[in-house]
Structure formats: structure tokens, C-alpha cells
Design a protein around this ligand. Structure first.
Ligand SMILES: Nc1ncnc2c1ncn2[C@@H]1O[C@H](COP(=O)(O)OP(=O)(O)O)[C@@H](O)[C@H]1O
Ligand SMILES: [Mg+2]
Length: 584
């Protein structure tokens, strides 16, 4: 892996023309600012020969002209360089988000959302400060420093050497403080990410916080993190509080020496007053680069620290990719046969599924039942490669799923997860999420999908029907309504494979029966994987798998399993009893 700065280079290189233009303006602006003391020198020496109004006007006009032209270039420099830094920030932000979009579920489980958000905002802005203002000031500072020094040498070698006496101390303190500032800034960014994560969790989980009256403890948790953030900032400020005054002190010492020795030079007539004036104004100009030097190193170090934090994310390759994908014949479409062959799978060392083998033909329905934690969700997720199964264990149409391009595989699957997620958008947009936008008879399809999911009854009562906003800033749907929206979404994409992971758990049995009836019509041409804890949902399946602690303990049709008198028959008996009790 190349160095962090090398990783940033392509982003800068892409805008090299603007970068060159901007930095040229910076050099020109700095060069022009160096002219003023020279004019001053001539003015002072010339005026000694006799002051006239004409001379005064001339020198004043010259100084004004130089300041104006310098101002124009300074304006251009800022506009171009800061503008480029914004564009680079834009590119980086897009790439960062794009990278996250490719991540698999497992990758997100290793990072808190708030932490990721902090890297995408706070750290990114520190990186921008580095590629924009910091680079701009670094260039002008170094240039100003070198040229001013050369001019000072040309005026008086002796005085210049005197002025440089404190310089080693300056670089020493920049080095010493710079490293510490870098470390402390990294700690601050970490803590900022931590705060973001705490806020994000508290806001997302606001219902739980309220229900369990955790406001005080959440507040305490936040306050503690916030205190820590302030403490870390204080530690940084403490350093900076030493750093800047110490630079100013070294400069003061230099000025003092120059005044002392310089005035003697003037008295001894080895230096004209004009030269002395010019010399001191160059020295004053040097004080800015020395201060800026500290500030710029600070920005560069902050930027680097933040860029490394962003790279940590950018270098985490998605754990599920198309790396093993085989090229497919043009027009290849999945039919929907699913096969598991001796699959053993675990998230960590511990296997969650063991020795799973079964086969579903296109159009058939397989149901999976079993207690919570027996691995049902894991099993159906492996078909869509939410996690990657081991090679040679899960096949769709007799092709290892790892060899199928993700977009093809997932495009063929309508997945209704156990916990549906709705976006802050209209109901119609949520239903049509994965479908080709604006296809023929678009709205009709949405209505049809909603009616299959038996959502149509509810929609009639929403304020703006299908245009009602749902999610964070819209109406709040009940658990069952959310589940049915998710089913409509899955039906909408016209999937070859329909996966329902306990997708009807929050729907009453009567509505469930209606939905199943309608889905059966849809399901006839599709393969379905149905997870449920209700016998009523699975009894019509072509094959029922009973999972227990990751193993298939029974398999067969409803009638087979009832006749066997095992775990399934027991479950069935219990549920019949419950139904009788409920209806009596
Ligand atoms: N993303 C995950 N990371 C680590 N462990 C997981 C993950 N998802 C599920 N598990 C574990 O795998 C086991 C099976 O879970 P799951 O497949 O959700 O079962 P079910 O859907 O039957 O309730 C559980 O012990 C659960 O803790
Ligand atoms: Mg589950």
C-alpha cells in the first residue's frame, strides 16, 4: 500500500491546471508584496536629498499601485486555490460514500454509524484545509521566506546573520511542538467521532431511551464524552498556547538584535537609513511566515491525521465482492433453482449452521421453521450473499453464488428482512425502491404490489395515499404496515426468488391468510424461501425444513412432518390449541 500522501495525489493531479494557476498567482502576489520595502528604501534615501510634493506623490502612488496589483493576485490565488480544495473535497466525499455503499453488512458491524459520519464530515474538512489553505500558505510562506532573506542578505550580510540567530530555536520548537500537536489532534478527532456515535445512537434509539427513562443516563454518557472532548481540546490549546508565543519571542529577540546592531551600522555609515528601513520591514514580513509556518504545519498535520482516519475506512475492502464472478452468456437470466450442499457457516469460529443440504426447483416454496437463534435468518441471507458462504456450498441455478455477479443475483431476489427499513420518502417511492423507475403503467404496478401485500386498505386512510411521506419526517407506520410495505417492495421488483424472513410476524393471522393467498398467485412462477414461526404460513410449502441449533432436524411436507410426530408436529399441535383458545 502506498503512503497516505501518495494516495491523495490523484485527487490533486486531476485538477493540476487549476492548482498550477492558483499557486502561480500565489507566487506573483507574494513577489509583489516584496517590492514595497524596496520602494520604501528608495523613498527614504531619496527624500533625504530634499522633500518635494512631486516626489511624495510619486512614491505614494507607487506603493498604492503595488498594493492594488498585489491585492488582485491575492484575490485570484484565494479564489482558485480554495475553489480547487472544495472540488477535491467534493470528489473525496463522493468516493467515501461510494466506498461505504459497497460495504457488506459485516463491514458495518465493525464501525459505529456516528463514527463513520464523523470521518465523512469532520475529518474530511480537515483534509480540505490541508490540500487548500495549508498548501497555499506553505507555498507563499516558503517563497516569501527565501526571497526576503535573499534581499536582506543583499542589504546587509552581517545584519541578516544576526537576525537568523534565533532560527534554530524556531525550527526546534516547531519540530517538538508539531509532533505533540499532531498526536493531540488525532485524539480530538477520535473523541469527536465518539460523540457523534453517542448522539446518533441516542437519537435513533429515542423510543427505547424514553420507554426505559434513560434520559438522565444518556445525558450523563453524552456529558462525559463532551467533557473529554473539551479536555482534549484544552490539552491541544495548551500546547498551542506555548507554541505561538514562543515563536513571537524568538522573533522579538531577532528584532531587538537587529535594531541594536543595525542602528550602529547606520551611525557608522555602513548602511543608509533607507536600507535599514527596508531591512526592518523585510524582517517584519518574515514574522508572518514564521507564525504561518507553525500554523501551516499544524494544518498539514491535522489534515494528515484525518486523511489517515479516512484511509482506514477506504482501505477496508468490502467483504462481499464480485472477485470470483464468472463471465456469463449475454442475456443470461436466473430461473431460481436453489441448492445448499453441505454448508457449514459461522460468523466467528462457532458454527451457526451445520451441514445444511437441500434443493428447491424453480417455482417451488421452501419453508424454514425453528426456534429463535436456530439460524433461519442466516440461512436465507446466504442466498443473497448478505454474508459470503464458503465456496461450493450455495448454488443458484447450479452456479456457485460466489461466482454470480452481485447485481445479477440480488436483482433476482426480492428480500423481505425480519426488520424492514423505510426511507424518509413517499410510500410509493418506498415500494418502488428497487424497480425500474418510470416503467410502463408505473403507478398501477405500485397499486398492484400494495394490494398483493394487502397494504391497499391502509393506504386509503393515509393523508396523501401513496404520496404520504413515511419515515422520520412523515407518518409513522405500525410494525405490520412496515412489513407489508416491505413485501410490496419485494413483489414490485418481479423477483425470481422471493425471500420472506419472518415477514408476517407483526401481521394478524387473518390478514396473513389474505396475503399468503395473493402471494401464492405471484409465487407460482417464483421460487420462495419462507421463514416463519407460524405453521399456518408454511403448511403449503413444497418442502419444510425444521432447524434446531443450526442443523436440519426434520424435513418434508406438512403432512409428512405431522405424521412423523416430531418437533414440527408438536409445534403444530400447540398452535392449533392456541387458535382454539383464541376463538373460543
Ligand atoms: N451478523 C451477525 N454477526 C454475528 N452473529 C450473528 C449475526 N447474525 C446472527 N448471528 C448469530 O447467529 C445465530 C443465528 O441467528 P439467526 O440466523 O438470526 O437466527 P434466527 O433467524 O433463527 O433467529 C444467533 O446465535 C445469532 O446471535
Ligand atoms: Mg431471524
Amino acid at each position: 500500500m502506498s503512503s497516505p500522501s501518495a494516495r491523495l495525489w490523484p485527487y490533486i493531479h486531476r485538477h493540476r491546471r487549476d492548482v498550477v494557476r492558483g499557486l502561480t498567482c500565489a507566487l506573483v502576489a507574494t513577489a509583489i508584496s516584496l517590492i514595497s520595502p524596496w520602494i520604501l528604501k528608495h523613498a527614504v534615501d531619496d527624500l533625504e536629498q530634499g522633500v518635494t510634493a512631486g516626489k511624495l506623490r510619486l512614491y505614494a502612488a507607487l506603493m498604492l499601485g503595488v498594493a492594488l496589483v498585489g491585492g488582485v493576485f491575492r484575490f485570484l490565488m484565494r479564489r482558485i486555490v480554495i475553489g480547487v480544495s472544495r472540488v477535491i473535497e467534493y470528489d473525496l466525499r463522493n468516493d467515501f460514500f461510494l466506498h461505504l455503499e459497497r460495504w457488506a453488512l459485516a463491514d458495518f458491524q465493525r464501525h459505529r454509524t456516528g463514527d463513520l459520519m464523523s470521518r465523512a464530515t469532520n475529518d474530511l474538512s480537515a483534509v480540505r484545509m490541508m490540500v487548500g489553505p495549508a498548501v497555499m500558505y506553505a507555498v507563499t510562506t516558503v517563497f516569501l521566506f527565501v526571497v526576503a532573506l535573499a534581499l536582506m542578505f543583499s542589504l546587509s550580510v552581517k545584519l541578516t546573520l544576526v537576525a537568523l540567530i534565533p532560527l534554530p530555536l524556531v525550527s526546534l520548537s516547531v519540530k517538538r511542538f508539531g509532533d505533540a500537536i499532531h498526536r493531540r489532534f488525532e485524539q480530538i478527532q477520535d473523541q469527536l467521532a465518539n460523540i457523534s456515535a453517542i448522539v446518533q445512537e441516542a437519537l435513533t434509539g429515542v423510543r427505547v431511551v424514553r420507554a426505559y427513562r434513560q434520559e438522565a443516563s444518556e445525558l450523563a454518557r453524552f456529558r462525559q464524552a463532551n467533557d473529554e472532548y473539551v479536555a482534549r481540546n484544552r490539552r491541544l490549546v495548551q500546547l498551542q498556547g506555548f507554541f505561538y508565543p514562543s515563536l513571537a519571542f524568538f522573533l522579538g529577540v531577532a528584532s531587538l538584535l537587529v535594531l541594536w546592531i543595525g542602528s550602529r551600522e547606520v551611525i557608522a555609515d555602513r548602511l543608509s537609513i533607507g536600507e535599514f528601513v527596508a531591512f526592518t520591514s523585510y524582517l517584519a514580513m518574515l514574522s508572518w511566515p514564521m507564525m504561518a509556518f507553525g500554523w501551516v504545519t499544524n494544518l498539514l498535520q491535522r489534515g494528515m491525521a484525518s486523511w489517515k482516519r479516512m484511509l482506514e475506512i477506504l482501505d477496508t475492502a468490502p467483504s462481499v465482492t464480485d472477485a470470483d464472478a464468472k463471465p456469463l452468456a449475454p442475456g443470461f437470466a436466473l430461473r431460481g433453482a436453489i441448492e445448499f450442499s453441505g454448508l457449514t457457516f459461522g460468523y466467528n469460529a462457532q458454527p451457526v449452521l451445520e451441514d445444511i443440504s437441500f434443493r428447491v426447483e424453480p417455482g417451488q416454496t421452501v419453508a424454514v421453521v425453528g426456534p429463535t437463534g436456530s439460524g433461519k435468518s442466516t440461512l436465507v441471507q446466504l442466498v443473497a450473499r448478505v454474508h459470503d458462504p464458503p465456496r461450493g456450498t450455495v448454488f443458484v441455478d447450479d452456479v456457485d453464488v460466489r461466482e454470480l455477479p452481485l447485481s445479477l443475483l440480488r436483482g433476482a431476489i426480492g428480500f423481505v428482512p425480519q426488520e424492514p427499513f423505510l426511507f424518509s420518502d413517499t410510500l410509493a417511492a418506498n415500494i418502488a425502491l428497487g424497480a425500474d423507475q418510470g416503467a410502463d403503467a408505473w403507478e398501477e404496478r405500485i397499486r398492484w404490489a400494495a394490494s398483493v401485500a394487502r397494504l391497499d386498505k391502509d393506504v386509503a386512510e393515509f393523508p396523501h395515499a401513496y404520496d404520504s411521506l413515511v419515515g422520520e419526517r412523515g407518518i409513522t407506520l405500525s410494525g405490520g404496515q412496515k412489513q407489508r410495505t416491505a413485501i410490496a417492495r419485494a413483489v414490485m421488483v418481479d423477483p425470481r426468488i422471493l425471500v420472506l424472513d419472518d415477514a408476517l410476524s407483526a401481521v394478524d393471522t387473518y390478514t396473513e391468510e389474505e396475503i399468503l393467498q395473493r402471494l401464492r398467485g405471484v409465487r407460482r412462477q417464483r421460487t420462495a424461501l419462507v421463514v416463519s414461526h407460524r405453521v399456518s404460513t408454511v403448511r403449503d410449502a413444497d418442502l419444510i425444513l425444521v432447524l434446531d441449533r443450526g442443523r436440519i432436524v426434520e424435513r418434508g411436507t406438512h403432512n409428512d412432518l405431522v405424521a412423523r410426530g416430531g418437533a414440527y408436529a408438536e409445534l403444530y399441535r400447540k398452535q392449533l390449541l392456541e387458535e382454539e383458545l383464541a376463538s373460543s
